[in-house]
Design a protein around this ligand. Sequence first.
Ligand code: HEC
Ligand code: HEC
Length: 386
Amino acid sequence: MKHFNFSLSQLDYCIAICLLFVLLLSGCGLNGSGDNSDEGSTSSETTSELAALGREIYFDENLSNPVGQSCASCHLPTAGFADPDSNFPVSEGAVTGRFGARNAPTASYAAFIPEFRFVFGGGGGGGGGGGHYEGGQFWDGRASTLELQAQGPFLGILEMNMTDRDAVIEQLRISTYASEFAAVFGDNALDDVDQAYQQISQAIAEFERSSFFSPFSSKFDAVMAGTEVFTLAEQNGRNLFNGKANCNRCHRAGPNSIFSDFEYKNIGVPPNPSNPFLALSVDLNPDGSAFVDSGLGAVLNEADQNGKFRTPTLRNIGATAPYMHNGVFDSIEAVIDFYNRRDVDAVIPEVAQNVDNAGNIGNLNLSAAEIQDLAAFLRTLTDGYQ
Ligand code: HEC
Ligand code: HEC
């Protein structure tokens, strides 16, 4: 039976399959929650087998050098799918003392991030006034899809540090789930290293599209479903989020939303002098303490995009401290204080170009009580409430 991978990158293929087998398939999993496990058709079984294989790989600590680090080490389900180690603003790689430049974002709801693209027409995201960039995985969108994202960490010297693809596939050959890999991709699938490496990323991406990563089980969801009510503080926080504080200009709110417009902004986050990446040796960080993270601008080599990062989801935000691309803020309150007083306190940004000044951002005039209420609302976005 041919395996159907309902990834966003294969939208056309998926549509074609849907048209052909419309009676067999009730959905294409395109909404990112693609858990078709109880539909009963062969393709659905294959899909859930693929996700189960992805789960094995996601938690496998033998795919790092030295062994001991898995995807889950930095995207732990019980830590909001982010790094449970909040001693550092960024994550330590498999090699002790090596750190990446950026804070690990949650992997929850990443399946809802559209592919990286330029959208023509109006919209505030920059790009010369004629449109804006949106979507893509990583803070700077440089991996268009979940599949491409999943191919990165194994080989990153500041992350899982495997020598090459062969070394990764060799570990799969001797893994406890080698037979599952063969069951999904064919008996000799692990013989073709490049193909098998792609297939690993398909399996991980399928797992990331399952409801395990995007359960919509927060208090916020319960309130939206009418089975729970906000406290007065949470309700006031929600009103502020959508009103006076205008957070929803970028973190788009609403039932089933993931609180992102997927666009790129420089909100003027300050540099983080305690980022241990800055202290790495010159072979790992050529710029030393002068390192500046230009975000999307560095990916595209466009000065107009310098300092811009994709608006992150706010789901599970109560569990994923520290915050921002460089982990500069330890708490939700510190984040809100920054939005509240950035311009009042003249906070010096990491990148001075392209700083967003629309509305009252940076001078929201929130009281201490309002900051607490806004934080209380954000904490209702943590899954596992129901
Ligand atoms: C050493 C810690 C570490 C490990 C191990 C790790 N990640 Fe990440 N992950 C990060 C960091 C840091 C980023 C952001 C990097 C950037 O933006 O350049 C990230 C980004 C992501 C994103 C993008 C989320 C978003 O909002 O853009 C996904 C999805 C993800 N990782 C999944 C995985 C998977 C799957 C694995 C295993 C193959 C993995 N990660 C291994 C630290 C880690
Ligand atoms: C102009 C668009 C915009 C507005 C308005 C906005 N944000 Fe953000 N938000 C972003 C971007 C972009 C980032 C990531 C910036 C970075 O890391 O450099 C971010 C990051 C965050 C983070 C950290 C997320 C993480 O995973 O580290 C939180 C929390 C947050 N915003 C909450 C809020 C709140 C609360 C408000 C309203 C007071 C708000 N935002 C208003 C665009 C916006």
